[in-house]
Design a protein around this ligand. Structure first.
Ligand code: SF4
Length: 372
């Protein structure tokens, strides 16, 4: 089934490491954007079956619950959204109140994903985040009180000045808060990130690579002891609580990305909407297409991607099945190239199945480069 990704490009302040398609919240622009997004939903749907809706951003929780309800209703009218669809709202802790969380729940959201990033104040300040650790805990309490039983928390590791002990403090705090799902992301600094300049000015440094590897491995072990299972390089979940939407990205699935800058993959093609919020709105107002860039995927590039993304999953991939789907003998094609990784203990072959070990996950791009 299709997944729907709805992009909301507004934030209450801009974090110094962020390279997403977002801008500062402005009420008038937001109103026009929601109307445009609703229109794109209506013209995109042909009644196809949809089992996930994901509001990503930006900060989708800056929208009012009534606006989220409007966009979900438009999705239900344009698509055949299953009654048990997973409907996720990315939420920043500073936007949460008991009323708003109750409103989002009534609107039809059944999963919230909180961008917490750290439970340590100095780290939150260095990242330019506007919430505190206590606000993050409060937001999760508010979501629980509103009836959410599917909550995810994002943490970021390898932050400036973050030691292994600091990282453990955040992971322990996350376990105490007890979400159903957690994502552990590595801070990636793009070339002109303001945080890079701040780091140089303030003399902040990153922990050595070996420490970062140890931090990653330690946190997965701690989360496993607490009842979470790793199912993807950066994601863990309690049983039955994997992100159904994100699994579409890793399991060769199909999704429609609606909103400015959103990407779609469907029927062997991939396309991207215009990034600019203003241009997105004006194109829709004129009845023009919002697609900026579209390409047909060759069978070869679909295969490469199925392997490259699928092997991010902890359970790995059955290369025999993937080969069958794409009409090749995958083991014959890749066996020799995979040998160094297999011998180094970075990947394991179990029958027709290939999966990365934890050490292999640390070097995933290197191991998976044999497929592209
Ligand atoms: S809240 Fe998220 S999307 Fe917005 S600026 Fe910060 S990192 Fe970027």
């Amino acid at each position: 089934m299709l997944g729907l990704y709805l992009h909301i490009p507004f934030c209450s302040s801009i974090c110094n490491y962020c390279n997403f398609n977002r801008g500062l919240f402005e009420s008038g622009l937001k109103d026009r954007y929601v109307a445009a997004l609703e229109q794109e939903i209506r013209v995109s749907g042909r009644g196809e079956a949809v089992d996930t809706i994901f509001f990503g951003g930006g900060t989708p929780s800056l929208l009012d619950p009534a606006e989220i309800a409007r966009l979900i209703a438009a999705s239900r009218q344009a698509f055949d959204v299953t009654p048990d669809a997973e409907v996720t709202l990315e939420t920043n802790p500073e936007t949460s109140t008991p009323d708003r969380m109750g409103g989002f729940r009534d609107a039809g959201v059944n999963r919230v994903s909180f961008g917490v990033q750290s439970f340590r104040e100095p780290e939150l300040k260095r990242l330019g985040r506007v919430h505190t650790a206590e606000r993050a805990r409060g937001a999760v309490r508010e979501a629980r009180a509103a009836g959410f039983d599917n909550i995810s928390l994002d943490l970021m590791m390898w932050l400036p000045q973050q030691s292994a002990v600091d990282w453990r403090e955040s992971v322990d705090a996350l376990i105490e808060v007890a979400p159903e799902h957690a994502s552990l992301y590595l801070l990636e600094l793009y070339p002109n990130a303001p945080l890079k300049e701040e780091m140089a000015r303030a003399g902040w440094s990153l922990a050595p690579d070996d420490d970062a590897a140890e931090m990653y491995l330690w946190s997965l072990a701690a989360l496993e002891r607490a009842g979470y299972g790793q199912y993807e390089i950066s994601n863990v979940a309690r049983p039955g609580r994997r992100s159904r939407h994100n699994l579409k990205y890793w399991q060769d699935g199909e999704w429609l990305g609606l909103g400015c800058g959103a990407h779609s993959t469907r029927n062997g093609a991939r396309w991207k909407n215009v990034s600019s919020t203003d241009e997105y709105i004006s194109r829709l107002q004129c009845g023009h297409s919002v697609v900026a860039d579209r390409r047909e995927l060759t069978r070869e590039s679909q295969l490469e991607e199925a392997l490259f993304t699928g092997l991010r999953l902890a359970e790995g991939l059955d290369l025999d099945i993937v080969g069958e789907r794409y009409g090749i003998d995958a083991w014959a094609r890749y066996d020799a190239a995979l040998q160094p990784s297999l011998e180094a203990g970075l990947a394991i072959r179990e029958g027709g199945r290939l999966r990365l070990t934890r050490d292999g996950m640390l070097l995933a791009n290197e191991v998976l480069s044999v497929f592209v």
